[in-house]
Structures are given as C-alpha cells and as structure tokens.
Design a binder for this molecule. Structure first.
Ligand SMILES: [Mg+2]
Length: 160
C-alpha cells in the first residue's frame, strides 16, 4: 500500500514551512509531531529556531502536539519548555488522537495541518482523518542507517 503524497513536502526541517502559504491555504490550526519534528529526541529542549518559529505561528494558528511517545516522565520535562497541549501515546496512524484535537479546536479537518517527519505515522494518520499533511526533515543529524530507513519509508509515498 502506498502513502498519499503530503500536501507540503518541505526540503528542510520544520522551521522552513512557509507560514504565509498556510494562511493562503486556509490552514487555521496545526498538529505537530514531537520527536524529530519540533524537538530532538530525548533532549527535552526546544532549540531557538524552533521556539522562534512556534512564536511566529501562535497569533494566527491553534497549535497542539500529538506524539506516539509514551514516556510520561519525559513528557513532563517537555511540558516545562513547550507551552502547547500535548497528547501522548497516540499510536499514530490511529485516528483517535487527531480527532480529539480536532474537537478541541472545533474546526473542519481541511483547516488543520498535520506536520511530522514520518510518512507511515504522521502522514498516513493525517490522511486517514482527511487533514492536509506536511512532511519535514528531522531536526537532528542522524546516523546513516537511520537516514537510509527514512528514505525507504519515503519511497512508500505515491509520486503524485
Ligand atoms: Mg517524529
């Protein structure tokens, strides 16, 4: 089975998303993946460029984080540096977490963008709930084997 192409394929990390384009496309809220998308895994630190990017979004978009991470002790540390609602243990691509945030936002799915670094969890999940999706590169530099796996996963995306 192939994964539908994301609406936005970013040639860079999350901070390279074009905010003005999102406004033009009537995006009103964003559901972010956590690990590798807005925070380096196991860091519990928000890097300065991501923090600035999130601050730029806050006036115009509702924001939330949906993560498959289920380490609640770690997520408590994340909450100390990330001032956004976080839904843990989402089991993406399962739909429940996306739908919970959608009802919290009280918006139609087409107005909610799903942003993540993994096709088979973030992009596939967003597709299942009919939300537009955005695939980004990971924040951190990875070992070569992990980049290879990532490229294999990306090869599952339809070409058009
Ligand atoms: Mg991730």
């Amino acid at each position: 089975m192939l994964i539908p192409k994301p609406k936005y394929l970013i040639n860079g990390n999350v901070t390279q998303i074009n905010i003005e384009q999102l406004k033009l496309d009537n995006i009103k809220a964003i559901i972010f993946d956590l690990d590798s998308t807005i925070m380096e895994p196991h860091s519990a630190q928000l890097n300065q460029s991501v923090a600035q990017f999130l601050d730029l979004l806050k006036p115009d978009f509702k924001l939330a984080v949906l993560t498959n991470n289920k380490n609640l002790n770690y997520l408590e540390r994340v909450k100390e540096v990330l001032d956004l609602p976080i839904i843990p243990h989402a089991r993406k691509p399962a739909q429940a977490g996306f739908l919970k945030i959608q009802s919290m936002f009280d918006l139609d799915p087409q107005n909610i963008l799903v942003v993540g670094d993994r096709p088979i969890t973030d992009i596939w999940g967003g597709y299942l709930v009919k939300m537009p999706t955005c695939l980004v590169n990971p924040l951190q530099i990875e070992p070569k084997w992990l980049t290879l796996l990532r490229n294999l996963e990306r090869a599952l995306i339809k070409k058009n």
